[in-house]
Design a protein around this ligand. Structure first.
Ligand SMILES: C[S@@+](CC[C@H](N)C(=O)[O-])C[C@H]1O[C@@H](n2cnc3c(N)ncnc32)[C@H](O)[C@@H]1O
Length: 431
């Protein structure tokens, strides 16, 4: 009852909220959206509404229907998670690889709106991870550029974008011939069939004649390779199925997800934004000053997640040098936790300085960050409530480089709660 009353007070009667919206930050973002966007804009790119004056929103139509396409071996708990999060995460190509520490895509859509970004603008994610910002911006007609120092992240983000346009027939064929494809990928994993460098998008230099040429179209190939890497990770997480059967299930899902996205895009006549995903160190961005309309990112959860260790199997398949990568990932340098924290702060200042440099004046930068007070409390020998969380550190650094703190949206973290406690969306404006 109280919940309904709050909703009625916050939103006009012609706005119908999506189901399963039960977090305060979601209502806050929805409220700001409803203040900033007109009715047509809410239909086109609103994140939290099912319908506006009975017209279903694009977000609702993209997410609803068509099934979730999870592999057969998926555990019940994980399946329930996807059902619960149908409008938060389970749409477009976001779910293609379960990247740890990924944004909630729906939240990204809400933040892009709150930042005042519109179709034709360009948003930057300097630490894009799996590319959630880029995929979401593309769905909203916003152009984007993303960087990550990890070659695996660059590859994964680019593959998720490829899903918008990949030819579907070769993917269906790959499902039918998954056995021979799996054996071929096995050769890559063991190093018998080497992959070339990033420029050729990790394709084998020589295509074996037995293989259909269409599998080597760059977009098709990147989705097939991502499916294989997904199965490598899946095999580690679950031993309930033989890896080749898992691979087939994952391929089926990739084919179904890309088909659903492309059909949805055609039905909605979505003008998709242009996106570029590149491998680069965010401490030095290859972008001109004042060229970007908004920056949105989440810094590495380096105290909680060792990105190199986590992605080691995939990075190895891609031929990455793990030692070099460890040196450039923010937050992994240093032996003790104290040293790691100090280099993390130094590096984040450089990243924020770059963000401020490339951002146009009066435009916004949004940072999504876990407070990490528990670990910082241990580090400084204090009660977690008495240390400055990473949110405060970030606000201080941003102000130093010329970005004014505007406001925060607080979000409770489920799952990583022991380490992170809360996550904040911090909004800054360049002076
Ligand atoms: C929390 S994750 C980002 C997740 C992303 N928001 C998503 O939705 O998938 C942080 C990312 O920062 C990247 N990173 C760490 N150090 C970096 C650096 N020096 N330059 C660019 N990216 C870096 C990591 O590889 C990781 O992918």
């Amino acid at each position: 009852m109280i919940e309904n009353d709050i909703r009625q007070r916050l939103f006009h009667g012609h706005l119908e909220l999506l189901p399963q919206m039960n977090e305060i930050y979601e209502l806050e973002l929805a409220f700001v959206e409803s203040q900033l966007l007109d009715n047509q804009e809410l239909v086109d790119r609103g994140a939290y509404f099912a319908a506006v004056s009975d017209v279903p929103t694009n977000h609702f139509r993209l997410c609803a229907g068509g099934g979730l396409h999870l592999p057969d071996g998926t555990a019940r708990k994980r399946r329930q998670f996807f059902v619960r999060n149908q409008f938060r995460t389970g749409y477009a190509t976001h779910g293609l690889f379960p990247y740890r520490g990924k944004f909630h895509p729906q939240m990204v859509k809400g933040i892009l709106n709150v930042m005042g970004l519109r179709p034709g603008d360009t948003v930057l994610d300097p630490m894009m991870g799996s590319g959630t910002t880029l995929v979401e911006a593309a769905l909203m007609g916003i152009d984007s550029v993303g960087f990550d120092v990890s070659p695996f992240c660059q590859f994964m983000a680019a593959a998720k974008l490829d899903g918008f346009e990949v030819s579907l027939d070769p993917l269906d064929k790959a499902v039918r011939e998954s056995e021979s494809l799996f054996r071929f990928f096995g050769g890559i994993e063991t190093g018998k069939v080497p992959l070339s460098g990033a420029a050729e998008r990790y394709c084998p230099v020589q295509q074996p004649s037995a293989f259909s040429a269409e599998w080597f179209e760059p977009k098709v190939w990147s989705l097939l390779l991502l499916a294989f890497l997904d199965s490598v990770g899946f095999a580690e997480r679950s031993s309930r199925q033989a890896p080749n059967i898992q691979f087939r299930g994952i391929l089926e899902r990739y084919a179904a997800v890309t088909r659903k996205l492309q059909q949805g895009r055609a039905a909605l006549e979505l003008p998709v934004g242009h996106a570029k995903a590149e491998q680069c160190d965010a401490r030095s961005l290859p972008l001109p000053s004042s060229s970007i309309d908004g920056v949105l990112f989440s810094p590495p959860y380096s105290f909680a997640v060792d990105y190199v260790e986590n992605d080691a199997p995939h990075l190895r398949v891609l031929g990455a040098n793990l030692g070099d990568l460890r040196e450039s990932i923010v937050g992994l340098r240093g032996r003790t936790l104290r040293q790691k924290f100090d280099t993390y702060v130094e590096d984040m200042e450089l990243v924020l300085k770059e963000c401020a440099r490339v951002l146009r004046s009066q435009r916004c930068c949004a940072i999504v960050i876990g407070t990490n007070s528990n670990q910082l409390g241990k580090l400084f020998g204090k009660d977690p409530d008495q240390v400055d969380g990473l949110d405060k550190v970030m606000i201080r650094l941003a102000e130093v480089v010329g970005m004014n703190f505007v406001r925060r949206f607080e979000r409770r973290i489920v799952g990583l709660a022991n380490t992170m406690r809360d996550e904040d969306i911090l909004l800054f404006r360049k002076q």
